[in-house]
Design a protein around this ligand. Structure first.
Ligand SMILES: C[S@@+](CC[C@H](N)C(=O)[O-])C[C@H]1O[C@@H](n2cnc3c(N)ncnc32)[C@H](O)[C@@H]1O
Length: 321
C-alpha cells in the first residue's frame, strides 16, 4: 500500500509540478522527512492530504520559504497545524471553473434552474454574473453581463467556438456537506488560504466573486449530496431546465456513493454536467480517446465533451487536438 511519503511524492509530481513551485518543494521535502511524515500519519487519513496540511501550516504561521528553511517551523508549529487541519476541510471554491462550464451552460436554451452539488461557498452558481475572456486560436473573445462585472474569468478555449451568450439562470441552489458563507470573514480567509501561494490571480478572482455572491447569497443546503439531492431538486421551478453540476466533488465519495448519486441524477429530469478527475468516474473516462490533456473530464449526461484545466485554465474540446 502507498505510504504517506509516496502519496506526497505523487502529489508533487501530478498536482504541484509546474503549478506551484513552493508546494512542489514542500511536498517533496515532506515525502523525504521521516519526522514530519510521522506527525502527518498521526492525523486521520482524510486529513493527511498535502493541500490541507499546507494550508493549515500557513494558518499556523509557517513561512512561505523552501522546505529546508521552513522545516523547523513545520515541526515547532505542528500542534497548531494539527488543530487547524482537524477543524477544517478542503473546500477550494474556484470561480474560474465557470469559464469552462460556460460553453455547455450557454448551449442550453431557455431558463435554467442551476443546482450544484459540492458547492462550497457557491461561487460557481453565478456564471451569468461574471465576465469572460475566451482565448482562442482566432483571438480573444469577450462576453459580459449587461452592466459589466467585477469578475473577469479567462480561459484558453480549444476546438470550440467561444460562447456568445450567457445562460439565463432563474433559480440557483447548492448542496454541500458544510457550506461556507462568504459573508463570514473567517470563511473567506480560509478560502483564500486554500489557494496556492503563487496564485495571486486566483485570490483576486475569489475576492471579486465573493462580493457578487455576498450581494445575493444563494440557497446553500447543508448535507450529504446523496441524502438531500432529491429534496433540493424538487424546489427548482418546473418550467426551467434543471441543470445539475459538480466540479472536483465526487472524488471525496466512495465508489458506491458515486454510483448512487449517478443513478439518482440520471433518474431525475436534470441535464447532468460533471467535471471530475480521470480516476473518479471510470464509465466516463473509458469513453475518452487514448491520448488527452492532463486535466479533468467535462461530461454532459455521462458523455465526455472536453478536458479542462483543474482550475478552469483551459477547455480542450475532445476531438480538437
Ligand atoms: C474541492 S471543493 C469544490 C467546490 C466547488 N465545486 C468548486 O468547483 O469550486 C469540494 C466540495 O465538495 C464538498 N463535498 C464533499 N463531499 C460531499 C458530499 N458527500 N456531499 C456534499 N458535499 C460534499 C466539500 O465540502 C467541498 O466543499
Amino acid at each position: 500500500m502507498a505510504t504517506t511519503g509516496d502519496k506526497y511524492r505523487v502529489w508533487a509530481d501530478v498536482e504541484a509540478r509546474g503549478v506551484s513551485d513552493l508546494y512542489f518543494d514542500w511536498a517533496i521535502g515532506v515525502a523525504a522527512d521521516e519526522d514530519l511524515l510521522e506527525l502527518v500519519d498521526e492525523l486521520p487519513a482524510v486529513k493527511r492530504q498535502p493541500n490541507l496540511v499546507f494550508a493549515s501550516a500557513r494558518v499556523a504561521g509557517v513561512p512561505l520559504l523552501p522546505y529546508r528553511q521552513a522545516r523547523a517551523e513545520f515541526i515547532a508549529r505542528w500542534g497548531t497545524i494539527r488543530e487547524v487541519a482537524l477543524g477544517h476541510a478542503t473546500r477550494t471554491n474556484e470561480a474560474r471553473r465557470c469559464a469552462v462550464l460556460l460553453p455547455e451552460f450557454a448551449n442550453i436554451a431557455g431558463p435554467i434552474a442551476l443546482l450544484e452539488v459540492g458547492a462550497s461557498a457557491g461561487l460557481c452558481l453565478y456564471p451569468d454574473r461574471y465576465a469572460y475572456r475566451f482565448v482562442t486560436d482566432s483571438g480573444t473573445h469577450q462576453l459580459q453581463p449587461v452592466g459589466g462585472s467585477s469578475v473577469v474569468l479567462e480561459t484558453v478555449l480549444r476546438g470550440r467556438a467561444a460562447p456568445t451568450r450567457l445562460p439565463e439562470i432563474v433559480w440557483r441552489a447548492g448542496i454541500d456537506l458544510n457550506p461556507l458563507d462568504v459573508r463570514e470573514p473567517a470563511s473567506l480567509e480560509w478560502l483564500e488560504t486554500l489557494i496556492w501561494p503563487e496564485h495571486d490571480e486566483r485570490r483576486r478572482d475569489l475576492r471579486a466573486a465573493a462580493s457578487v455572491v455576498a450581494a445575493e447569497p444563494p440557497l446553500l443546503v447543508a448535507g450529504d449530496l446523496n441524502e438531500v439531492f432529491e429534496d433540493v431538486a424538487t424546489l427548482a421551478p418546473a418550467d426551467a431546465t434543471l441543470v445539475v453540476f459538480h466540479s472536483s466533488v465526487l472524488v471525496y465519495l466512495t465508489p458506491d456513493a458515486r454510483a448512487s448519486f449517478i443513478r439518482t441524477v440520471r433518474a431525475s429530469r436534470a441535464v447532468w454536467i460533471s467535471n471530475e478527475g480521470k480516476s473518479v468516474l471510470p464509465e466516463i473516462t473509458q469513453q475518452l480517446p487514448s491520448v488527452t490533456d492532463n486535466g479533468t473530464v467535462l461530461a454532459v449526461d455521462g458523455a465526455p465533451v472536453a478536458i479542462v484545466g483543474p482550475h478552469g485554465q483551459y477547455f480542450s474540446a475532445l476531438g480538437s487536438s
